[in-house]
Ligand binder design. Structure first.
Ligand code: SAJ
Length: 417
């Protein structure tokens, strides 16, 4: 059956919006990607990309060349709108939905009867309904789903959270099952029809509120489990036991699967989304809040270990290997590795030799610090006596263990263990 979605606008061309736009365009849909960043728009229209993600460059290049993908700063009339803009939190861990409200203002003037709007951004429970209200306030000539079932609805609205893993986005965007939660059952069906253009996984229909909590629960589940591993590493350190041995051997039990301790939890999702549950239901989410606090405290304990090691070796040179929030990507958002280097730099008698093969310049938090420099792996290993492995990049696998002899190694990922 031919899809009724001939033209789709994707609002937000980031780690999720751009791959979504490119995959839709590769299936023959006319896609307009909209972003507030003019440099991003210019790059994409030249067939280039601003993020690192396997195979995305080739896909975008082909989609732009075929004429199916364009980028612009404002939306146009279309059959459907996919919203994938950031939803960070404010200082007090309260969600910041300003970008979604801006999207509502941008798309309201071009909405037409029969349109479908799908919110993909991770949001607190109730936000899809809030989006419907924001749109209705700007378009009193159209009927929106929250306005009740007594009139035919003109614009269908649903939430379908993205679930892709950075580094595997183009595979997972097609293969993963999707949860599609409409504000009404018809909204769910219309949105699911849109995803059937490219999704090979199953589309599970539910309501918007459930879909919102499903996504938050997925990331809170992972955060709580990583917090368990991180707490176990603190316990093991205190008791003089090797945590990597504990995790490896415990996982030989058929029903145990402990995750890996690390320097902390980074990225834009797992370190953020659990707070959306805590802020909506603070009394009921003690475990989720505690897990966040345990994971957020991890960088400080790593810094203490590094300071102790430098002091006992009477050295000021520390090599910090990796800055991204996880292996083999260039994404430094909410990265515990960046936080660790920033905290170390407060110690004026320490010099941080940072190695990050995936970036050419230090991030703004580190660029003006006189005792932090970005260096080659070789150079850092030569100059430093304390070697800290912060990210398990494949590029660090090749380090000759002989080079580490007579150095103090702090391997926060158990990578070389
Ligand atoms: N981490 C550990 N120990 C582990 C696993 C991860 O310390 O055993 C750390 C990582 O180093 C990293 C952080 O946790 O700093 C998060 O990494 P991740 O690989 O767990 O997740 P993300 O943030 O890259 O992507 C997640 C995924 N969610 C889940 O696995 C439940 C992805 O499917 C989501 O689409 C994405 O969040 C999102 O956008 O929400």
């Amino acid at each position: 059956m031919a899809s009724s979605y001939k033209k789709i606008v994707v609002m937000g061309l980031g780690y999720v919006g751009l791959p979504t736009a490119a995959v839709l365009a590769s299936r023959g849909v006319d896609v307009l990607g909209v972003d507030i960043n003019t440099k991003t728009i210019e790059l994409i229209n030249k067939g280039k990309i601003h993020i690192e993600e396997p195979d995305l460059d080739v896909l975008v290049q082909g989609a732009v060349k075929s004429g199916h993908l364009r980028a612009a700063s404002a939306p146009e009339k279309a059959d459907a709108f996919i919203v994938s803009v950031p939803t960070p939190f404010k200082e007090n861990h309260e969600p910041d939905l300003a970008a979604i409200e801006e999207v509502a203002k941008a798309i309201a003037p071009v909405l037409q009867k029969g349109n479908v709007v799908v919110l993909e951004s991770t949001v607190p429970v109730g936000t899809t309904n809030q989006l419907s209200q924001w749109l209705a306030a700007l378009r009193d000539d159209l009927v929106f789903p929250h306005q009740g079932a007594d009139k035919p609805i003109d614009v269908h609205i649903a939430h379908s959270p993205e679930r892709v893993l950075p580094g595997r986005v183009l595979v997972e965007i097609v293969d993963n099952d999707r949860v599609v939660g409409g504000l009404t059952p018809v909204c769910s069906e219309k949105a699911a029809e849109l995803y059937k253009v490219f999704v090979q996984g199953e589309c599970h229909l539910t309501n918007a509120w459930t879909a919102e909590l499903v996504k938050l629960s997925e990331n809170a589940y992972r955060d709580v489990n990583i917090a368990f591993a991180n707490e176990l590493s603190n316990v093991s350190d205190a008791l003089g036991v090797n945590v990597w041995d504990v995790v490896r051997l415990a996982n030989r039990h058929p029903r145990v699967n402990i995750l890996n301790p690390g320097p902390g939890v980074g990225g834009h999702c797992i370190a953020v989304d659990p707070w959306f549950i805590v802020s909506s239901a603070p009394e009921q989410s003690e475990l989720i809040r505690t897990a966040r606090l345990i994971n957020d405290a991890k960088p400080k304990s790593v810094v203490q270990k590094i300071k102790d090691a430098a002091k006992s070796l009477k050295t000021s040179n520390v090599a910090c290997l990796g800055l991204s929030y996880k292996a083999d990507i260039d994404d430094l958002r909410e990265s515990p590795a960046v936080e660790i280097v920033r905290l170390l730099a407060d110690e004026k008698d320490l010099n941080c030799h940072v190695v990050e093969p995936h970036v050419d310049v230090l991030p703004p938090e580190l660029e003006n610090l006189s005792n932090v420099k970005l260096q080659s792996l070789e150079g850092a290993l030569k100059e430093a006596r304390v070697i800290v492995l912060l990210v398990d990049h494949a590029a660090f696998r090749a380090v000759d263990q002989k080079q580490l002899e007579e150095k103090t190694v702090i391997d926060t990922r158990g990578f070389w263990s």
